[in-house]
Ligand binder design. Structure first.
Ligand SMILES: [Zn+2]
Length: 326
């Protein structure tokens, strides 16, 4: 009888748990991880790193702000104890234009065979082709470019102050956003000329060993939503589920949504396809726009005023917890 009583008690508890899970529309089907002690991500400092990049001016390849900002990124990462190497070359863009390439790769603790890549693109698109006016003029790229890099600089600063056991590679890809503008678009163009920096890295890095990678793209705008993007789910579903689970456990369920959305061509696409490292993309999704990207994507409204510390924190704290949980 006692046994039956115990089982009834257990059944009621299990029933309650199922009910609670079933009532949560943004639920994770995975079991929860035990979260290990992790340093706190400082969103004020991350915001400063975004502001600093924007202050150089649009980081358009071959421009003076691009050169100065690149130097600033290298010296900042070195200051935080990372070993920095640069991939410098030139790549062919559309219309026969040759662009100078500068991928910035910063490594930490690579003697550890367990290694994770964190990536973002640091160049700015040279035209606001999705704006209604001044389409041919560059915009600030506070969210598109600088936000991901800002979060990664703050993660580097945090790691410097809180030793981490695993190896980390921070990859700041150049020439992600120099694709053919919408007003000059050949929609059948299979090359499209986006992601040239990551494609360059991927083509010379076959066999590169890393457990997985996390790409950050447009991770700073107010009310940002990050969905389970198609390419990430195709190649790296367990990593998506792990990171989303951690984000939700930390209380960032508004940002990390469990709906699966369509494939996006971004830097992670080529690393998944060419190198075979499972690579996920944390990227702002907006179902209300035609492109499904953030409403201010590739417009002059992408300036520092759109950057929200709450969003930077949600992404930065989730990635830091993921690293320190390994
Ligand atoms: Zn862009």
């Amino acid at each position: 009888m006692a046994l039956t009583g115990r089982w009834t008690e257990v059944s009621v508890l299990v029933g309650l748990a199922i009910l609670i899970i079933a009532c949560n529309p943004n639920r994770n089907s995975e079991s929860e991880l035990v979260l290990k002690p992790s340093p706190v991500f400082n969103s004020d400092s991350a915001h400063e790193f975004v502001a600093k990049q924007v202050a150089f001016g649009p980081r358009v390849p071959a421009s003076e702000p691009h050169q100065s900002c690149g130097d600033y990124l290298v010296s900042s990462l070195e200051r935080y104890g990372f070993e920095v190497t640069e991939q410098v070359d030139s790549v062919a863009s559309f219309g026969g234009v040759i662009l100078p390439l500068r991928n910035i790769i910063a490594t930490y603790n690579l003697t550890n065979p367990k290694r994770i890549i964190l990536a973002a693109h640091w160049d700015t698109r040279p035209y606001a082709d999705r704006d209604d006016t001044l389409k041919t003029i560059p915009f600030d790229g506070a969210n598109d470019g600088a936000s991901g890099v800002g979060v990664l600089l703050e993660i580097a600063r945090t790691i410097a102050a809180n030793p981490l056991n695993i190896g980390v590679e921070i990859m700041l890809f150049d020439i992600e956003d120099q694709g053919r503008p919408a007003y000059d678009s050949d929609t059948d163009d299979p090359e499209h000329y986006y992601c040239l920096g990551s494609r360059y890295w991927a083509n010379v890095s076959k066999g590169h060993k890393a457990e997985y990678g996390i790409l950050l793209d447009m991770v700073g705008a107010e009310n940002a939503r990050f969905t389970m993007e198609g390419v990430s789910m195709q190649y790296a579903e367990p990593i998506v589920r792990k990171v989303w689970g951690i984000g939700n456990q930390l209380g960032y369920s508004d940002q990390f949504r469990y709906n699966r959305t369509s494939h996006i061509v971004d830097d992670h696409t080529y690393i998944n396809e060419i190198v075979g490292i499972p690579f996920i993309d944390i990227i702002h999704y907006d179902a209300s726009t035609e492109t499904r990207f953030w409403t201010k994507w590739h417009t002059h409204e992408d300036d520092l005023s759109v950057i929200d510390r709450k969003t930077l924190e949600a992404v930065g704290q989730t990635v830091i917890q993921t690293l320190y949980n390994e």
